[in-house]
Design a protein around this ligand. Structure first.
Ligand SMILES: [Zn+2]
Length: 611
């Protein structure tokens, strides 16, 4: 078989779409001050929100996420971790939440919550605070919500926490009372069971008061960085008391995360388009060299994502040793850092990719977890292959293999399953990451790689700084390709239907060869069928499906491309006619590109037994 080159990413976009006029999203501006006690890991703060109701609805209630209350014994998350049918890898090496003593638990409480100066009576329901408003908030109106809050960072590191395995003192993600998102779908006030997030877009102005020996890394831009030294500026101002104040401004984000440690090394590296990349890591000789090598590679990854998705819109990005595993936040990632270089580069590429697929294209991760994990996995896998010069023959092989494992495991649930409702953690992970990555790669097979590349760019330019849904993405792909894709979104994301096509028989009849194909799986797909003749020549027969109402153009450079009649779904079989007098067929293959996720490839091939 000749090597088929698929040219992803080489096509620039000039295409324009506009957002639906019915689209609206809420907006919130946060002003917060927090005081951290580095001995007890207790913190207290003040929060002032200006919340704007851009919805057409009158709001009589609002909700806040109080994530740290999940780190109390007998919390819903603690129970869920114990009762899942398999182990949640994020909790694998951690102490049991139920074993945490009072001083080790996580919690957060709201005090003195007021709407426009009038005291409210919120109801605390573990990780959700229900807040009946004093005055209904009318469409188009703003309201001021203020509160004090008190919390404790848990002595367990699950995204956030104290004293991580790498020895990072403070990892502060999901640490503040976070107003829940209200969107076309109503309130998104889901309890926190350890899955992911959905937040309101806005500006954050956060002042952190902490022991002066600690270096702080945070979402946003540090005010007056020149006064802080420690990698931020030249001078270090003299501090009289025990604590130092750090003020960060983060514009147009939907989350704010920070970390602090007394021993952070802080390096900066110039990224593309004038972006400053910041690296915070432990002053540990065993990891230092990896963290130095990571810096130019992070700039390369950012350049790659700028070129393939769209320009990174902020002026800074922080790669911070902290948390466990890796987790994406606004303008920042927390990653564990005791890793070999390949691993460190891989996790950084993946989390950086989330700056686009979650922190700019902010899908609701509870509902559409595959749109951030899958898309980030897809683009970072390709970036790693190119930037780390690995040149794998099929870089997405592990995503496909894990999807095949899922599809044949009997543990699969549809991708549209609420992320808290997966029976198996394996099912969630493989569905969100692997099946999500295959969704995009396979879309490239359906509409062609050039149209996929253009779809990704148009999706970014049209939906950045919003909350796009699967249908938003589909509509962009349809507009770019001229191919209808409702069937693809439906079968792939809302069912567990699988793809299996087979070659049933090959018969010579006079001067023709009749190839009987069969759709074994219930999910329809267009077929690229490669016919190789004994003289070494090749033809690609393309069988679109009726539901597409269109065809892709030949993606295979220089290969003879024959467009066949459509195959309608209800017909289990299809006869392909190969007219090639005087030529003998050596072999026939359904989908030689391997981008179609056919769960049973052994029936995709035919080879002639005749000499
Ligand atoms: Zn991810």
């Amino acid at each position: 078989m000749s090597k088929l080159s698929l040219l992803f990413f080489l096509f620039l976009s000039s295409y324009q779409l506009v957002l639906s006029q019915n689209y609206w999203q809420q907006s919130v501006n946060y002003k917060m001050t927090v005081d951290m006690d580095v001995e007890s890991f207790k913190y207290s703060g003040h929060q002032e929100l200006v919340y704007t109701n851009n919805s057409p609805d009158t709001l009589r209630k609002v909700f806040y996420h109080m994530f740290f209350n999940a780190f109390k014994p007998e919390s819903e998350m603690a129970v869920r971790v114990k009762t899942g049918k398999d182990i949640n890898v994020r909790f694998k090496y951690m102490p049991n939440i139920d074993s945490l003593k009072k001083k080790e638990q996580g919690y957060i409480t709201s005090l003195n919550l007021k709407q426009d100066g009038v005291l409210l009576s919120p109801v605390e329901s573990e990780t959700i605070l229900e807040v009946p408003l004093n005055r209904p908030l009318l469409p188009g109106k703003k309201t001021n919500l203020t509160m004090r809050f008190e919390g404790q960072l848990p002595k367990i590191v699950n995204r956030a926490g104290r004293n991580s395995e790498d020895g990072i003192a403070i990892s502060m993600s999901q640490w503040y009372p976070k107003i829940a998102e209200y969107d076309y779908d109503g309130w998104n006030a889901e309890p926190y069971l350890g899955r992911e997030f959905h937040g309101v877009w806005g500006d954050f102005d956060v002042t952190i008061n902490i022991d002066k020996n600690y270096t702080v890394a945070a979402s946003g831009y540090l005010e007056n960085p020149e006064e802080y030294g420690r990698g931020y500026g030249e001078k270090q101002k003299k501090v009289k008391g025990k604590k130092l104040s750090w003020r960060f401004i983060a514009p147009s984000v939907h989350d704010f995360t920070w970390a602090a440690d007394p021993d952070y090394v802080h390096d900066t590296y110039p990224g593309p388009n004038g972006v400053t990349l910041r690296f915070f890591y432990k002053n540990n000789p065993e990891i230092k060299e990896n963290w130095k090598k990571l810096q130019p590679k992070t700039a390369d990854f950012m350049r790659f994502f700028n070129n393939t998705i769209g320009p990174y819109p902020y002026k800074e990005y922080n790669v911070v040793q902290g948390g466990e595993g890796g987790m994406e936040y606004a303008m920042l990632t927390l990653i564990s850092g005791d890793r070999n270089f390949r691993d460190l580069a891989g996790v950084t590429a993946h989390e950086l990719a989330h700056s686009w697929f979650q922190h700019i294209l902010a899908t609701n991760e509870i509902k559409h977890e595959w749109m951030d994990e899958g898309f980030a996995s897809y683009i970072s896998t390709i970036a790693e292959d190119i930037i780390l010069e690995e040149n794998a023959p099929f870089p997405l092989i592990s995503s496909y293999n894990r999807y095949f494992q899922l599809a044949t495991s009997g543990k699969e649930q549809p991708q549209s399953t609420n992320s808290n409702r997966y029976d198996y953690n394996f099912g969630y992970e493989a569905t969100a990451y692997s099946k999500g990555a295959v969704f995009l790669a396979q879309l490239g097979y359906i509409i062609g790689p050039a149209h996929l590349a253009k779809t990704i760019k148009n999706y970014y330019s049209l939906h950045k700084f919003t909350h796009p849904t699967p249908n938003d993405f589909r509509r962009v792909a349809e507009s770019v390709s001229g191919i209808q894709l409702k069937w693809y979104i439906t079968d792939w994301t809302q069912t567990t239907n699988t793809i299996d096509y087979a070659i049933r028989s090959v018969n010579e009849v006079e001067d023709k060869t009749l190839v009987v194909l069969e759709r074994v799986g219930s999910m329809p797909m267009p077929l690229d069928i490669l016919v190789v003749f004994k003289d070494g020549t090749q033809q690609m027969h393309y069988v679109p499906i009726t539901l597409m109402r269109g065809e892709k153009s030949n993606p295979y450079d220089g290969l003879n491309w024959i467009v066949e009649k459509d195959w309608s779904w209800a017909f289990p079989q299809y006869t392909l006619t190969i007219r090639s007098p005087k030529k003998e067929i050596a072999s026939i293959v359904i989908d030689p590109s391997f981008y179609m996720a056919d769960i049973e490839r052994s029936n995709n091939n035919y080879s002639s037994k005749k000499r």
